[in-house]
Design a protein around this ligand. Structure first.
Ligand SMILES: [Ca+2]
Ligand SMILES: [Ca+2]
Ligand SMILES: [Ca+2]
Length: 258
């Protein structure tokens, strides 16, 4: 009986802590799809306390991934652009299988043509489905820039565009994601000072597990801070990665672990 009580007490403590403590980002890793031409790789600077990170460069599509393949979790945190320079993309990646198969939430400050495509001001949820599992082979800058209609391996899942829908310089925003809590559902809510700017649920069964990460494209000085996860079940990496990504991702990971 005594042991049972201790176990319950310890479990309760961990349950509270897992919600209250910001995630230590030390084990996350950066990845930029640095295409020929375009811009350079991102440069992610982790804070001394390991709970926030700033991507400093006006870069090609750049990610900061948690390296955990999981399903059925919620993620909360805040993010902001720390400069008045530029007007491009900041957001998040989730359901990440490999560098050409994942979901994106992105948010453009101002509308702009680039790389033969058009970016509208506002928020978009996208899905990338590449054939080889290598983003540099399957995708292009155009797939990341376009947010008005499906393009190449990019499908639009939801949009919130308009002349007043861009992010503001220096403004802190809150991000909330429920990933596959209800099978196939992606629920995202963006808040500014507690006021909801977009609350959207998308139903898509393509990726029901995957990595979570921060994302930006062509936007410097983006800070992500105080992220907390609730729930989450780790699942074995999908066969897709083992079959198609082995030469790139797989080998690198195995080498690292040795
Ligand atoms: Ca480049
Ligand atoms: Ca721009
Ligand atoms: Ca830019």
């Amino acid at each position: 009986m005594k042991l049972k009580k201790i176990i319950i007490a310890v479990s309760a403590l961990f349950a509270i802590n897992s919600y209250a403590d910001p995630i230590d980002l030390s084990s996350w890793s950066e990845l930029t799809l640095n295409f020929p031409g375009g811009q350079n790789a991102g440069n992610w600077q982790l804070s001394a306390d390991k709970t926030s990170v700033i991507q400093q460069i006006n870069a090609d599509p750049s990610f900061y991934l948690n390296n955990i393949n999981q399903t059925s979790y919620s993620m909360d945190g805040s993010w902001q652009v720390l400069t008045g320079s530029d007007d491009d993309y900041m957001g998040f990646v989730f359901g990440y299988q490999n560098s050409s198969n994942f979901y994106l939430f992105d948010w453009k400050q101002g509308s702009q043509s680039y790389s033969g495509t058009y970016a509208n001001e506002g928020m978009t949820i996208k899905k990338m489905t590449g054939a080889t599992g290598d983003g540099l082979t399957d995708l292009s800058l155009a797939e990341f820039w376009e947010n008005g209609s499906d393009y190449g391996d990019m499908d639009i899942l939801a949009q919130n565009h308009g002349p007043a829908e861009g992010w503001l310089d220096g403004q802190l925003y809150d991000f909330h994601l429920d990933f596959n809590l209800t099978p196939g559902d992606i629920h995202i809510e963006i808040l500014q000072n507690g006021v909801s700017l977009w609350d959207v649920t998308v139903h898509d069964n393509t990726f029901t597990a995957g990595q979570f990460g921060f994302y930006n494209y062509s936007q410097q000085s983006v800070r992500y801070a105080g992220f907390e996860q609730t729930g989450g079940e780790e699942v074995p990496e999908p066969a897709f990665i083992l079959l198609f990504g082995f030469g790139l991702l797989g080998l690198r990971r195995i080498t690292k672990r040795k």
